[in-house]
Ligand binder design. Structure first.
Ligand SMILES: Nc1ncnc2c1ncn2[C@@H]1O[C@H](COP(=O)(O)OP(=O)(O)OP(=O)(O)O)[C@@H](O)[C@H]1O
Ligand SMILES: [Mg+2]
Length: 391
């Protein structure tokens, strides 16, 4: 669905080797699918969380059709590709210096790519690359054969190093491009949903156009299950949460409980974290793509389905504590409490007390008290003065 522009862009670059193409995008946005729609010949290897040394390179080369008459240096690949031992030249004699041996291995890969051109070597999920493959890719980008391309895909939120760095220090004759895949828009989401379900509801608000989420939600609806978060999505979110440092996890849980974009101060108060830890936790949660900033200074879970998954995963004791802190008066005297901040945040958007009450499941009277207290603490006399004063 969609992606015509992106396919044209990538195809045009690949048609004029040597080129380095980087495709980034969040999990499930369609990076792998885009590759499947390309018509140029690809050799694809994937990085895995286990980070096996040279894993993606071995995976990619394993699928190659080796031509006869290979350069003797390619014999250095025998230990990595035993399945090709009948096709590769003899292993060159060992050398003492491990760095020399390593250079020979790198040259062997280069020589094999040279023999396979025209070809595009694809390394998928570079956020999980092992150190050896990373070094090899840096080497390859500097001396790509004239008929070869290198295409890398990755999730920026899971990368622990700047993947875009592969584009730096490229020789001038090597073209390069970066494509950031965005989720589908509202219409494309509706078209994909229609393709998957006979009479689909609007899936955009829950999936924000991420094709994997659309597919999973459609599957759940087709099977008559729900409401809730599709299991595959829930598991993906829970894996991410588990990998977070404790402070970041608490901040994400606080955001799930507050359920409206909130300031760093509010999230810290609900999470029960001192400023330094909450600052680091928030930065990490944003970097890992779990929280986003829909408006300046306000943070919330990026996907509604992810919020539900996080919320459901919080143990009852912790959940109670977090809820209690949402209602608790702020510790600093005179400061606006998280709940008051949430209420005036909505008032600043022009919602009436009744609408705020409905949205937060509070009584209109409680909302009135929160608004009055917050205005007093902020030194304001009317809610009309609120926009811009909610920080
Ligand atoms: N434009 C699209 N139209 C229809 N289906 C799509 C589209 N993009 C992706 N999909 C489907 O959505 C699912 C997720 O896509 P894909 O596996 O390509 O995501 P990804 O970006 O590679 O994710 P990950 O980072 O987890 O590898 C797949 O089943 C894929 O076929
Ligand atoms: Mg993929």
């Amino acid at each position: 669905m969609g992606r015509e522009r992106e396919l044209d862009q990538v195809s045009a670059v690949l048609a004029r080797p040597p080129a380095v193409v980087l495709i980034d995008g969040e999990a499930g946005v369609g990076k792998t699918r885009l590759l499947h729609e390309l018509s140029s010949p690809l050799l694809v290897g994937s990085c895995h969380p286990m980070r096996f040394p040279f894993g993606p390179i071995v995976e990619a080369l394993r699928d190659a059709d080796l031509p006869p008459g290979l350069n003797p240096v390619t014999g250095a690949l025998r230990p990595l590709l035993p399945e090709f031992s009948h096709l590769l030249p003899l292993d060159p004699p060992p050398v003492q210096d491990p760095q020399v041996e390593r250079h020979r291995l790198f040259r062997a890969v280069l020589s094999l790519i040279d023999a396979l051109q025209p070809i595009t070597l694809v390394v998928e999920d570079v956020h999980w690359i092992d150190p050896d493959s990373r070094e090899l890719l840096a080497f390859l980008t500097r001396c790509l054969p004239a008929g070869a391309n290198l295409l890398l895909t990755y999730r920026p939120e899971d990368a622990s190093f700047p993947v875009a760095g592969f584009r730096s220090h490229l020789p001038p004759h090597i073209r390069h491009t970066q494509l950031s895949l965005a989720p589908l828009d509202v219409e494309e989401t509706a078209l994909l949903a229609k393709h998957l379900l006979p009479d689909p509801p609007d899936l955009w608000p829950l999936t924000l156009g991420v094709p994997f989420a659309i597919e999973e939600l459609a599957r759940m609806l087709a099977e008559g299950r729900g409401p809730g978060t599709p299991p595959a999505l829930r598991d993906a979110v829970l894996l991410k949460i588990e990998a977070l440092p404790v402070a970041a996890r608490r901040i994400v849980q606080a955001a799930a409980v507050v359920d409206e974009p909130a300031s760093e101060r509010s999230l810290a108060a609900v999470a029960g974290l001192p400023p330094e830890q909450s600052e680091r936790g928030l930065a990490e949660a944003v970097r890992r793509g779990l929280l986003h900033q829909p408006s300046p200074g306000r943070y919330g879970l990026r996907q509604p389905l992810a919020r539900q998954a996080v919320y459901d995963s919080i143990t009852p004791g912790v959940r109670r504590r977090l809820h209690r802190r949402v209602e608790a008066p702020a510790e600093t005297k005179g400061a606006v409490s998280p709940r008051e901040e949430q209420v005036i945040g909505l008032a600043a958007q022009g919602l009436t007390n009744r609408e705020i009450a409905e949205s937060l499941f509070l009584s209109p009277r409680t909302v009135e008290v929160h608004v009055a207290n917050a205005l007093r603490k902020l030194g304001l006399t009317s809610r009309r003065q609120l926009p811009g004063n909610t920080e």
